[in-house]
Ligand binder design. Structure first.
Ligand code: NAD
Ligand code: MG
Length: 390
């Protein structure tokens, strides 16, 4: 029986994780749940999965939650200390890191410090603090199981092979809703268009990241840390069907890919049950019905965020942390209709142009850079708003 702490249980990954848990009650038990805003769903989850501890953002949320649950309730914690207590609890065997954004970093680090295995969905953790995280994983001898479908695919395609035989990793990307949209019209794209992803149903932030392809940029950086390869040995190919989840090319030219229907329950279950595979109730992949799979080079004019992410990775140090923070602010501003779609890349680029990267081996430096980049990006979003008024 594996006892799970699920950070971000009310999100898209959190909900899919609980679906896996519900199908395999003999294997998994929920020890802790944490959520951001959606208290109604959290209440339902607590009643159904009976965790021993939960964490919510604020003290007011904790009081409201405790009132709603009555006397038979788990320990209710709040704030970052509450998240950290859930992540590092002695009684959890594996922590599912599924908070969105850099907010996932500190609890994920706390889980690693406590020696927990982590099923990592929160890619921002490795983007912001990859060096620190991987050093601590090595020191604590715990394991990071990728949940991101591309990284799960690569993890599976590397099994049984020698790392020194790898030539390159090929991450696939659907290309999102604007793969074929006229480039000159992208400036006028509205949030609801960007939120309709062709293949995956996900949280709002990652869906916008997929539309700009910053998601793939974040994943290149995530792959760099997880699999210890430099930027020039990680490539990206557009694959609109999202069936080939990613590939590993070996020195003899052999390419090993992992395929499956696009459903996050598959990589989540693999991360939770590794090295076993558990029988999921998903429709089988029917390649004959699909008939053809397509692949293409990404167009960097259309998707400038992808290039920005590669250059932040090459630059190193705190550059990816600054990029990530600027992206979080810009995506939020786009979702609130304060800036346009193409302003997202522009703002991130302008923040990076003035950022002076420092080494990223210290959490305080990283958090300072994160806060600085958020302030810079916020200023730039206000300037966009001023320009719109003129
Ligand atoms: P989501 O927005 O649906 O859910 C995020 C969860 O985190 C929610 O429970 C929310 O309440 C909680 N949360 C948000 N901000 C918080 C904060 N400041 N403090 C505490 N909790 C907070 O997001 P998602 O789509 O489930 O994605 C989660 C992570 O997994 C992201 O990093 C994303 O990039 C990654 N990921 C998601 C998918 C997917 O299919 N959804 C695939 C691969 C990777
Ligand atoms: Mg992915």
């Amino acid at each position: 029986m594996r006892r799970l702490a699920i950070l971000g249980s009310t999100g898209s990954i959190g909900v899919s994780t609980l679906e896996v848990v519900a199908s395999f009650a003999d294997r998994f038990r929920v020890h802790a749940l944490t959520a951001g805003r959606n208290l109604d769903l959290l209440v339902e989850q607590i009643q159904r999965y009976d965790p021993l501890m939960v964490a919510v953002p604020s003290e007011e949320d904790a009081i409201r939650l405790a009132e709603r649950l009555g006397s038979r309730r788990p320990q209710v914690l709040h704030g970052v200390p509450g998240l950290i207590a859930c992540a590092a609890s002695n009684d959890a065997d594996i922590v599912v890191s599924a908070i969105v954004g850099a907010a996932g970093l500190e609890p994920t680090l706390a889980a690693i410090e406590a020696g927990k295995d982590v099923a990592l969905a929160n890619k921002e953790t490795l983007v912001v603090a990859g060096q620190l995280v991987m050093e601590r994983v090595a020191r604590q001898r715990c394991r990071l199981f990728p949940v991101d479908s591309e990284h799960s695919a690569i993890f599976q395609a590397l099994e049984g092979h020698r790392k020194e035989d790898v030539r390159r990793l090929i991450l696939t990307a659907s290309g999102g809703p604007f793969r074929c949209h006229p480039v000159e019209d992208l400036v006028r794209v509205q949030p609801e268009q960007a939120l309709s992803h062709p293949n995956w149903s996900m949280g709002r932030k990652i869906t916008i990241d997929s539309a700009t392809m910053m998601n793939k940029g974040l994943e290149v950086i995530e792959a760099h840390w997880l699999f210890d390869l430099p930027a020039e040995r990680i490539s990206v190919q557009i694959h609109p069907e999202s069936i080939v989840h990613s590939m590993v090319e070996y020195v003899d030219g052999a390419v090993i890919a992992q395929l499956g229907i696009p459903d996050m329950k598959a990589p989540i279950a693999y991360a939770l049950s590794y090295p076993e595979r558990i029988p999921l109730d998903l429709p089988p992949l029917d390649l004959c019905r699909l008939g053809a799979l397509h692949f293409a080079e990404p167009d960097l004019n259309r998707f400038p965020c992808l290039e920005i992410a590669y250059s932040a990775l090459r630059c190193g140090g705190t550059a990816p942390a600054a990029m990530n923070a600027a992206n979080e602010v810009a995506v939020e501003a786009f979702l609130d209709q304060r800036i346009g779609f193409m302003d997202i890349a522009d703002i991130i680029k302008r923040v990076l142009d003035v950022h002076q990267p420092r080494s990223a081996d210290n959490l305080d430096h990283i958090l300072e850079v994160d806060a600085w980049a958020r302030r810079q990006a916020t200023k730039l979003t206000l300037q966009v708003k001023e320009r719109q008024k003129v």
